[in-house]
Design a protein around this ligand. Structure first.
Ligand code: UDP
Length: 220
């Protein structure tokens, strides 16, 4: 995927549709940062945060300011890709494969075969979601709303963003044991990227994405 550098951050030059298609079809882990102008400015101020963005698999332009910036720099990005819209896109894809997964699970049991987790991930039947972040009760409410809209997603767990040991290790252990295919992290920047960077090795097959205030919106 072509990248365009904005203030030394390589931003994926793609459309939302193309991006969702690429990421959901690839095997293995994908860490996505949805960069709004605040995130790009934060990376300018905090070298460790900038390094995190450079370590991510994809940084996309969340925010019209980033797209305008790219035009001013003479390398216009194709499209704005808002994080909140990506959450919906991924949930839609997860729900669609969830139908398929249900059918193949029935076929598997009819054939008396056992479907293992790594098998289901390898064939791209990714519909297990973990939602981390927000005030107590928000992720659970967001999960409820998501499930109402995308019937075949499997929300394997939620955690709020204020409890536990402070560095999120407990949440990471709990989430990793549930082997989610998508981990949405709503802790705001830079916390969400710091958590993903510190714990990504525990999720070798997941799509990991910091989603800012998305659960607040989703929960209504
Ligand atoms: N948050 C959290 N734990 C924290 C700090 C923030 O769970 O220690 C949550 C907060 O409740 C909110 C989200 O992180 O739901 C950040 O939202 P914000 O709108 O600030 O993020 P942005 O979209 O601007 O990055």
């Amino acid at each position: 995927m072509k990248k365009i550098s904005i203030l030394s951050i390589p931003i994926a030059d793609t459309t939302k549709k193309e991006f969702v298609n690429t990421v959901t079809k690839q095997n293995g882990q994908a860490w996505i940062v949805t960069a709004n102008p605040e995130i790009i400015m934060l990376a300018k101020e905090l070298p460790h945060y900038k390094n995190l963005l450079l370590d991510a698999d994809y940084v996309v332009a969340d925010g019209i300011g980033v797209v305008i910036g790219s035009k001013l720099l003479g390398h216009p990005l194709k499209e704005r890709i808002p994080g909140y819209e990506l959450v919906h896109e991924f949930l839609a894809v997860a729900s669609a494969v969830g139908v398929h997964k249900g059918q193949s699970a029935e076929a598997d049991s009819a054939n008396n075969r056992q479907s293992t987790h790594s098998n289901s991930q390898a064939i791209g039947a990714r519909n297990k979601i973990f939602m981390y972040g927000g005030k107590p009760g928000i992720a659970a409410k967001a999960a409820e709303m998501a499930k109402a809209q995308y019937a075949n997603i499997d929300i394997v767990g939620v955690a709020d963003g204020y409890g536990g040991d402070g560095n999120g290790d407990e949440v990471a252990a709990k989430a990793a044991a549930l082997t989610p295919d998508y981990v949405f992290v709503a802790l705001g920047a830079p916390k969400q990227e710091e958590w993903i960077a510190a714990h990504r090795d525990q999720f070798p097959y997941a799509i990991l994405m910091g989603v800012g205030g998305s659960f607040d919106i989703l929960s209504g």
